[in-house]
Design a protein around this ligand. Structure first.
Ligand SMILES: Nc1ncnc2c1ncn2[C@@H]1O[C@H](COP(=O)(O)OP(=O)(O)OP(=O)(O)O)[C@@H](O)[C@H]1O
Ligand SMILES: [Mg+2]
Length: 297
């Protein structure tokens, strides 16, 4: 008898993620509906896209993610990853997941944590050691910290270990539930750069957040979830463009003394009001520069 299990093959042209009309109603012990967490969410992500799920606390982000990963059974709807059911081996092997809570063993060091996880992926020892070293560096864990027990770590440091674990199997689809929670501004910037890098490498990322700036900085597309429903979805420039109101010009290299003349010219062309101002930095950039100057980062 042939013992080989037959696994479906991923269709080449399928989107990385296709979730259709997902519903989840949590029920109590007696089967009565307790919370309608997700009420018809459809999401799609293509290769190389960084898709953000933005929404306030309790809007259904984590529940949607768990349904996508097959960790929670949907009450309705369907999920395909690389054109396969999320339970298929061919899909699972290509997914990396950072849960909302990192759930790390407090008595293991980051190196041991990752090495153990590498074993679960049947990674060969020498290759695993090398990969673990690379990932610890990538997420900003120093070699001294790599051999300290995770239980002694701050929340942000533990988050980095969770992130490294999510990337261990070199996944094509990376799912990150609140990746920067607990991180300081330096860590947050590093994680944002890392996520952008994953997209640039052609990987697909699905990340949730309730931090607007974070999603704006990193995601190419966003779905806004409110009380279990997608209230807005699209590319960020498309969602944020204001189709009426003032038009802004950015002029670089204009001599200071010519600013007045430029304003006059716009008035002469019919502009009812003209305002010239210098752009301000994001508080994040200002803060990071301050740390850099103080030798802290
Ligand atoms: N196991 C569960 N049993 C009952 N209700 C649940 C369960 N898990 C989630 N819920 C409810 O489903 C709703 C959505 O929760 P979910 O954790 O998906 O939200 P979220 O958008 O991830 O929130 P947060 O930003 O706080 O992480 C909430 O009302 C929550 O109370
Ligand atoms: Mg959540």
């Amino acid at each position: 008898m042939d013992n080989t299990s037959v696994q479906p093959c991923a269709p080449a042209s399928a989107p990385v993620l296709e979730a259709t009309d997902l519903h989840k109603t949590f029920r109590d012990f007696w089967g009565r509906p307790r919370a309608e967490a997700v009420r018809g969410v459809s999401l799609r992500a293509e290769k190389g896209e960084v898709l953000g799920i933005l929404g306030p606390n309790g809007s259904g982000k984590s529940t949607t993610i768990k349904m996508i990963l097959g960790l929670t059974r949907p009450t309705g709807g369907s999920v395909r990853i690389f054109g396969l059911p999320s339970s298929a081996k061919g899909a699972r092997a290509r997914i990396g997941y950072l849960p909302e809570l990192s759930q790390l063993h407090p008595f293991l060091t980051p190196r041991e944590t990752l090495f153990y996880a590498a074993g679960l992926f049947n990674m060969e020892k020498a290759a695993a050691r090398e990969r673990v070293g690379q990932l610890l560096e990538k997420v900003g864990i120093s070699s001294a910290d790599a051999d300290r027990k995770v239980g002694e770590f701050s929340k942000g440091m533990a988050r980095r270990v969770g992130l490294a674990r999510a990337l261990l199997n070199d996944p094509d689809f990376v799912v990150l539930d609140e990746p920067t929670s607990g991180l300081d501004p330096v860590g947050r910037r590093e994680v944002k750069d890392l996520v952008r890098g994953l997209g640039a490498e052609g990987r697909t990322v699905l990340m949730s957040s309730h931090l607007l700036a974070e999603v704006q900085d990193v995601c190419s597309r966003v779905a806004v979830l409110v009380r279990g429903l997608v209230r807005a979805e699209g590319s960020l420039p498309g969602l944020l463009e204001m189709r009426s109101g003032p038009v802004r010009f950015d002029a670089e290299g204009l001599p200071e003394e010519k600013t007045g003349a430029a304003c006059d010219a716009l008035r002469a062309l019919g502009a009812a009001s003209v305002a010239a101002s210098r752009p301000t930095r994001q508080l994040e950039d200002f803060f990071l520069e301050l740390l850099r100057r103080s030798g802290e980062a």
